[in-house]
Design a protein around this ligand. Structure first.
Ligand SMILES: [Zn+2]
Length: 291
């Protein structure tokens, strides 16, 4: 299970002209590393996407509302898939968790090369009000923060300054992960927009800031303000019952044949890397219960 806590701290700052959010997603990234055996660069790419998706989820109107994010670039990572809901339950995976790359010249993990510099970021948001909203934009750099900024601007018409960071230790574990999001409210003036740009430029090493002072103090260092805090969880929606319904959808004949050939039918959940295995005897029971 997830160790430590993850949280989002949110406030309105600067005379209520800007929505500020600071996220600590360290435990979330460690859970992802354990589940998927991620290389450091894969952990950084997935971690940044988990953080940005958690922020997007914090705007969902109900806890049942859900959204999914796909970052599909031409890099060695092969694609990043993250999903979450309004209760801030997050989960995600990368297609090539063992893909590795040397660090960049400045010592940072080369997330841009892992993701790829061209491709598409897409978001599907389901508020439970009929047709889900779908938005997408071209990747800017594959570094994730800039890509989400472009997404907010072009798809949501909400300029949003974003700093994301994932610090991985020499043992492959996540030391700190999180992000800073500054979103001017509609109608904010030029002076507010330039203050936002100036502020985000101060957070080029946001994971070190989270490691040193924590998300709460980081938020208060931007402005002394009242804020609210919500916890974030690594939690998958899969279950043995859902896996069983996937087996049922194969039809009795195909499911039984597979079970006899392979010894069992396995249903795999990519999001949490869990296998659900059903023996021929269990499959027989599933189909007779169904009737
Ligand atoms: Zn799962």
């Amino acid at each position: 299970m997830q160790k430590g806590t993850n949280a989002i701290y949110k406030s309105l700052i600067w005379g209520q002209t800007v929505s500020l959010a600071v996220l600590d997603t360290t435990a979330l990234v460690n859970e992802a590393i354990e589940r998927h055996r991620l290389t450091p660069v894969a952990a950084a790419a997935l971690g940044r996407t988990l953080t940005a998706t958690a922020y997007l989820c914090s705007w969902l109107k109900t806890s049942e509302a859900s959204l999914s994010v796909t970052v599909k670039g031409d890099g060695v990572g092969g694609g990043i898939y993250v999903a979450g809901d309004g209760a801030l339950n997050l989960r995600g995976f990368v297609l090539c968790p063992s893909a590795d790359l040397p660090p960049r010249a400045d010592g940072k993990l080369d997330v841009g090369a892992f993701v790829g510099h061209s491709g598409v970021l897409s978001v599907v948001r389901d508020e439970g009000e009929g047709i889900p909203f779908t938005g997408s934009c071209e990747l800017v750099s594959g570094e994730i923060a800039e890509d989400f900024s472009a997404y907010f601007l072009t798809s949501e018409q909400r300029p949003t300054a974003i700093a994301l960071g994932v610090l991985i230790g020499t043992d492959g574990r996540c030391v700190a992960s999180g992000g800073v999001f500054l979103q001017p409210l509609p109608g904010a003036g030029e002076n507010v927009l330039s203050a936002v740009e100036k502020e985000i430029a101060r957070h080029t090493r946001v994971s070190s800031e989270i490691a040193d002072m924590g998300a709460e103090k980081l938020l208060l260092s931007i402005e002394k303000c009242d804020y609210f805090r919500r916890e974030i969880f690594y939690r998958c929606h899969c279950s043995r019952e859902r896996a069983a319904s996937a087996v049922l959808s194969l039809g009795r004949a195909d499911a039984m044949r597979l079970a006899e050939e392979e010894g069992a039918v396995r249903v795999h959940c990519d999001y949490c890397n869990t296998d659900y295995s059903f023996s021929a005897a269990e499959i027989g029971r599933l189909f007779s219960e169904k009737r």
